[in-house]
Design a protein around this ligand. Structure first.
Ligand code: ANZ
Ligand code: ZN
Length: 851
């Protein structure tokens, strides 16, 4: 049997992954086994793992992410699908520049060397990628289409250049998107505290799609709820009203000038006792200039500039405010309300002005307490004793609440003029009534507000995709004409000195494409998230140099059926990709709304309870484990140790255990094919055959639900049953056909997990001519699988007290319950205390009972 293939010397009675694995990798590579094309005869599956950043060596997180994807891809191939399973690199970005500054290697050199290294590691892991479709985002053949997208977005009014307060990371020397400011207002990459600066920047108008990005989450039943909730919160839709307040002049007389606020609670208008402006609000200067209030207000403005947006918004920062000396008129009761500046009001949200209602908003409550401002109750809970006094009370008679905190739940409106008595609270009848009243008098209108901001995409860094724009003094901002793409990123920048494109006259000196006059090329590059927002579409047609992709090919492969990646991308990458997809749809490039039908977010790989990381010094290097146990064992181990969405605690013993299991499979298949039984079918052979059907059914069901660990456990059970059969039934009585069927089944079921070992056994030991990875998934008879029952002996304190018969797939709990139900057992158990119960699957239940 051995010797049918050119690697004959490898087929050996001992399992030697180091010989087998490189051998089959070379064969698969040469035969382009995983290269696919569109095929209308077969249903398709697009299985995709988030592409890696080429940081250097691969780590266990990579091994896990890509092993999960590989099992899914191989499984669907065996189920008869035409499976697209590509890989590429998210290759622009800051670490390459930082490495260059440190070590003197050019970012391109560093990046491509790392890509080669990772590609070799992925091949060494035996991942079934279609290598012909690889993309590297730093290749001009790729980034040129990113520039093309920029131009198309620009044509569609989705690009904007504007001055705005932006997040500036002093250590990365670049601006950051809101999404890249994390935790307590620090840079997502280097964790430095982010500052606010006023700068001209480029934006993608993702807010134009805010409502749809929110609504379409409902079209994603295959996404984890957690991720959808995070996205919904990030988009942050609020329903409420805009309300116009008339500004009073310096003498306190109402003027025509209006300041508008956004509020979710117009029902609380009668409780508005002060009015707040953001420190950056353009009116602030004008209101206080030259007045006695100017110094105090300035102090608040300056202090706020030093705080991060996150700190200010969270309301955790100490509240700071100052009176401007001016007033506005509350439109519902004509009352004069003092205007303050407060650090917790953000310029970027709503209108940058707030009607403060201290009885209903906790931040306003704390502010009022701090500065001694009145807190009249206007919405009171049904069970609040205060309501007895104030029910039906239209005019304000109480100016303070006996509460520890603001109350923002549902309640009854009080001290609210003709609205008194209406239900109050978010979305209440009171909200509707007050809004309608305001609208009739043109003092307000219903409004929806989103927390989502436009996406700031410009970066003042070298290693990124150049923005295809030209600044001309005569013509203003001019797009680079499509036929001039790509704007090539120059390679001769001295990056070790931290140079950017702005230091490179050969790059930025340009001619205006419109008037031909001297002009300056844009020197900012795009946020790398622009590169990763559409790579999955490029995979559908990766080598196309005429268009971004052939829409027909994208229509065949897309959407991605199964996307797999880390939870850290729950907001940024996934939201941006959804946004790009919707714009592409509106451009007519694709015909679907959502790019990723199913999403799996994999858990972390931990060691001693902590996430593996270089800084913690607890990294287990995949290379080292491959050198010891082979890639197959590492793959199977990482899939066996935990369900994919849960964290996985590293254990070398676990890996050794899997290695031993693989060795047992190896020997079993060898033995069966050397010396299968010669007997006829009998009771035990039939039981083994039933077990085989059961396990196929179980493995199939488990893989479909991504329970790779329990699927592997079922294969172990099959091997145990088969080994037992070999040990206990003499050769002459064993049924060879059943034994061989078990061996073949094990190899086929294991093929997605341990592709090299399965291939070697399939072709060299079993002697099949075609790759195991081209075989159909084994079939099973559910009837047969179900009918199997096993008898358990029931022991109490070592003595057999009876027997119970149960279906083979009964759980340990079910077996225990059935045993406890035996009258004799129940009697003994009732008389004493059960200190231990052991269930040996398929055999025995044993109780230890203390009298
Ligand atoms: C009056 C009021 C009374 C409010 C009340 C709340 C409770 P969400 O739900 O997150 O959309 N607000 C509006 N603009 C703001 C800004 N630029 N900075 C800080 N806070 C701002 O929050 C909307 C509420 O946040 C608005 O409704 C406003 O306070 C405040 F019992 O108006 B509310
Ligand atoms: Zn010009």
């Amino acid at each position: 049997m051995a010797g049918t293939f050119r690697g004959a010397e490898v087929a050996h009675k001992d399992y030697d992954p180091h010989a087998i694995e490189p051998k089959w990798q070379a064969v698969w590579d040469e035969q382009r086994l995983y290269s696919v094309t569109e095929d209308d005869e077969r249903p398709k599956k697009y299985v995709l793992e988030m592409f890696p950043y080429p940081s250097g060596d691969i780590h266990m997180g990579h091994v896990r992410n890509y092993s999960i994807g590989d099992v899914v891809a191989r499984y669907f191939t065996m189920r008869g699908y035409n499976v697209l399973h590509p890989i590429g690199w998210d290759a622009f970005g800051l670490p390459a520049e930082n490495a260059a500054i440190k070590s003197g290697t050019h970012p391109a050199e560093w990046t491509y060397a790392n890509i080669d290294k990772q590609a070799a590691s992925f091949k060494r892991m035996g991942f079934s990628y279609d290598w012909d479709r690889t993309v590297k985002t730093c290749d001009p053949e790729y980034y040129r289409w990113g520039q093309w997208i920029f131009l198309k977005f620009w044509e569609r009014g989705l690009v904007e250049r504007k001055s705005s307060p932006v997040n500036w990371c002093p250590s990365c020397k670049t601006v950051l998107a809101n999404e890249q400011v994390i935790g307590e207002g620090v840079c997502w990459r280097c964790k430095s505290v982010v500052e606010k600066r006023e700068l001209e920047q480029w934006f993608f108008k993702i807010t134009a799609y805010a409502q749809e990005l929110l609504d379409d989450l409902a079209k994603l039943p295959g996404w984890p709820e957690r991720v959808k909730t995070m996205q919904a919160n990030w988009i942050g839709r609020s329903e409420g009203a805009e309300v116009d307040f008339a500004l009073c002049d310096a003498h306190g007389n109402p003027t025509e000038q209006r300041i508008t606020v956004f509020t979710t609670r117009p029902d609380t208008l009668f409780g508005c006792t002060f009015f707040l402006l953001a420190p950056e609000h353009p009116l602030v200067d004008e209101l206080v200039a030259g007045t006695e209030h100017e110094p105090a207000v300035r102090a608040v403005v300056e202090a706020a500039a030093r705080e991060s947006a996150i700190e200010r918004e969270s309301g955790e920062a100490k509240k700071l405010g100052a009176f401007t000396g001016r007033y506005v008129i509350n439109p519902v009761n004509g009352e004069k309300v003092p205007v303050w500046v407060a650090n917790y009001v953000l310029m970027e949200y709503g209108t940058g002005a707030v009607m403060a209602v201290p009885c209903g908003d906790q931040r306003d409550f704390e502010f009022a307490r701090q500065y001694g401002l009145p807190v009249p109750p206007v919405v009171v809970a049904e069970d609040d004793p205060l309501l007895e006094r104030l029910r039906g009370q239209k005019a304000r008679v109480v100016d303070d609440v006996p509460w520890e905190a603001a109350y923002d739940g549902p309640g009854v409106m009080v001290q609210s003029g003709d609205f008194t008595g209406l239900p109050g609270g978010k979305g209440s009848a009171g909200v509707k009534a007050v809004t309608a009243w305001l609208e009739e008098r043109r003092l307000g209108r219903p409004a929806v507000n989103f927390r989502l901001r436009d996406w700031l995409i410009s970066r003042q860094r070298y290693w990124g995709n150049p923005i295809p724009a030209i600044h001309c003094e005569r013509c203003g901002l001019v797009p680079v004409p499509e036929h001039d793409l790509p704007v090539m990123l120059p390679m001769d920048v001295d990056i070790t000195k931290g140079e950017t494109l702005a230091d490179h006259p050969e790059f930025y000196e340009a001619e205006c494409p419109r008037c031909g006059g001297p002009a300056r090329r844009e020197t900012d590059t795009m946020d790398t998230f622009t590169c990763s927002s559409w790579y999955y579409l490029r995979y559908c047609d990766a080598r196309n140099d005429e268009e971004i992709f052939d829409p027909a090919k994208a229509a065949y492969w897309m959407p991605v059926d199964q996307y797999i990646g880390g939870i850290e991308h729950a907001i940024l990458h996934l939201l941006y990709s959804r946004f790009f997809t919707k714009v592409f749809r509106d451009m007519g490039l694709v015909a679907f709304d959502e790019p990723f039908t199913n999403l799996l977010t994999q858990g972390m790989v931990k060691k001693d309870g902590e996430t593996m990381s270089k800084s913690k010094g607890n990294v287990v290097a995949p290379e080292e484990m491959i050198a010891k146990f082979g890639a197959d064992a590492l793959r199977a181990y990482i899939l066996f140790m935990a369900p994919p969405d849960k964290d996985l605690e590293w254990s070398q013993e676990g890996l050794e255990g899997i290695f031993r299991f693989l060795n047992r499979v190896w020997r079993y298949v060898w033995e069966v094919y050397e010396d299968a039984g010669s007997g006829a079918r009998g009771g035990e052979a039939e039981a083994l055959e039933r077990e085989r059907h059961r396990v196929i059914g179980k493995v199939t069901q488990d893989i479909e639900r991504f329970q790779f660990n329990t699927a592997l456990a079922a294969m172990m059970e099959l091997l145990n049953a088969a080994g037992e059969y070999r040990r206990t039934v003499p050769q002459a009585a064993r049924n060879g056909a059943v034994e061989r069927a078990v061996a073949r089944t094990l190899v086929l079921l294991l093929a997605p997990y341990v592709p090299h070992m399965a291939e070697e056994l399939w072709r060299e030991v079993i002697g099949e001519p075609e790759s195991v990875h081209r075989q159909p998934w084994p079939e099973w008879d559910p009837e047969l699988a179900r009918s199997r029952e096993v008898e358990y002996a029931v022991q109490v304190n070592g003595k057999v007290r009876g027997r119970v018969t149960l279906p083979a797939d009964a759980s340990a709990e079910e077996v225990e319950a059935a045993a406890r139900a035996l009258p004799k057992v129940a009697e003994i158990v009732a008389a004493g205390e059960v200190v231990k119960v052991v269930v040996v699957p398929g055999k025995l239940v044993s109780f230890v009972v203390r009298a």
